[in-house]
Ligand binder design. Structure first.
Ligand code: NZQ
Ligand code: ZN
Length: 402
């Protein structure tokens, strides 16, 4: 196992009906800006529940900013940041999924970057984003009410921002962006359309894979934990499809997605975010849902990099899919075992209704050149646990995904 530091200050408040805890979690004299997405928080009554909880205690001043898009837009977020300054907001409360929480983290980090006229500087905010928001040393406090389990944003310090005008979808991370708390009410997820539920299961699955599928460093806790999370997602993905109203299933999916990307399984192990980085380009060029880009790319990453990932692929086959030489599946040799594990992975995605090829989203090989160009423009030229996945490797991955 490699050396590591692990720091995660997010208070998790989990369970049905827990939104009422906002009355105590948000400072009683705060000037609060509630941020939300395209309308689901209003439609489902969650926004009202949040406002009622905030009004139950103290003298908070509450403002609202709605309309943060799925794949949150840079320009929209700058408007929210202007509102922070205009109303002297000192607490941001994100109500929604990864897009709203990521977007609110970005607002928290860039709100102080003002021009002389008091508006937030587009140039400074863009410079900050292109340098991963690394060098920012102050931020507005932030809390979250999670309504879709998927990204882990509720318990990490990262985010991904889309800037359509520049065809860029860029990640950032800064410890100041950790939410002070996140409320996880699994009952809130019952209103999700099936497509979003399945997206969430797949996103969490790929998060685990990208922290697991590299090379062994004898990190037994991280490996066993990752394998358990994968098995739970396989089981509960099928369960939620068969019985979407089952709250126990929703609870397990919600907590699994949080644990998949709160930093724990990624400590002390190599990581490979190739699938995500290629996926971000697919979203920014073709507006494909985040998770769907991942299910298209991951199987090809596994096939293209099967030699460098061989030991972990065999471990994945054995411990997650129960494929062994002597046993339960057809496999005879290492290559066949690995291919069987990849096919199991593809079938799992397919059963959730997710695409596994470019063809499945009506793209063909003509999509590849522009994606490779964008990877180059965004300096994604040394991906992978060894930093060896250059543009030629990414191209081959995409060619396999046609
Ligand atoms: O916008 P509204 O109307 O709220 O509708 C949303 C949205 O259309 C809807 N929704 C959310 N909760 C609902 C609901 N509909 C009904 N009932 C509910 N309870 O679901 C749609 C998708 O929401 P979104 O927030 O976009 O989904 P998700 O949580 O999957 O977030 C995706 C974003 O997170 C980024 C992705 O790149 C993408 O931009 N990621 C963030 C990460 C992080 N911070 O660590 C890691 C991930 O890899 C991911 O990249
Ligand atoms: Zn993701």
């Amino acid at each position: 196992m490699n050396n590591f530091q692990y720091y995660n200050p997010v208070r998790i408040v989990f369970g049905e009906g827990q939104i009422k805890q906002l009355a105590d979690l948000v400072p009683t004299d705060a000037r609060v800006l509630i941020t939300y997405g395209g309308g689901s928080a209003q439609r489902t009554g969650t926004l009202d529940e949040v406002k009622t909880a905030l009004a139950a205690n103290g003298q908070r001043e509450v403002f609202e900013f709605g309309g943060i898009e799925a794949n949150p837009e840079f320009t929209t977020l700058l408007k929210a940041a202007d509102m922070v300054n205009e109303h002297h907001i000192d607490f941001l409360l994100a109500v929604g999924g990864g897009s709203v929480i990521d977007g609110s983290k970005f607002v928290a980090l860039v709100a102080s970057m003002t021009n002389e006229d008091g508006t937030v500087s587009r140039e400074q905010a863009w410079d900050a984003l292109t340098s991963y928001c690394r060098n920012i040393d102050s931020a507005v406090d932030l809390g979250a009410v999670l309504t879709i389990p998927a990204t882990g944003s509720e318990m990490n310090s990262g985010g991904v921002i889309n800037y359509s005008e520049r065809q860029a979808k860029l990640a950032f991370g800064n410890p100041l962006a950790f939410p002070k708390f996140s409320i996880l009410d699994p009952a809130k997820t019952l209103t999700l359309p099936e497509r979003q539920v399945m997206n969430g299961v797949a996103d969490a699955f790929v998060h685990v894979m990208e922290q697991y599928l590299t090379y062994p460093v004898n990190a037994k806790v991280q490996d066993a934990f990752a394998e358990s999370l994968l098995k739970i997602l396989i089981e509960e993905g099928a369960a939620v499809k068969a019985d979407p109203k089952n709250l126990e299933t929703r609870k397990n999916i919600m907590w699994t997605a949080t644990m998949a990307l709160n930093g724990l399984i990624g400590t002390g192990v190599p990581q490979d975010w190739t699938t995500h980085m290629i996926g971000h380009e697919l979203t920014s060029l073709h507006a494909i849902d985040h998770a769907r880009t991942l299910t298209i790319v991951l199987p090809s990453v596994m096939r293209e990099l099967k030699d460098s990932k061989k030991d972990k692929l065999l471990q994945y086959a054995r411990n997650v899919w129960n494929i062994t030489n002597d046993g339960t599946d057809v496999a005879q040799d290492d290559d066949a075992i690995i291919e069987a594990a990849i096919v199991h992975t593809e079938n799992f995605f397919r059963e959730l209704g997710l695409p596994i090829s470019l063809e499945d989203v009506d793209l063909d090989e003509s999509a590849i050149d522009p994606i490779v160009k964008q990877l180059e423009a965004h300096k994604m030229v040394k991906l992978g646990e060894h930093g060896k996945n250059d543009l030629a490797v990414s191209r081959r991955i995409l060619e396999r995904a046609v």
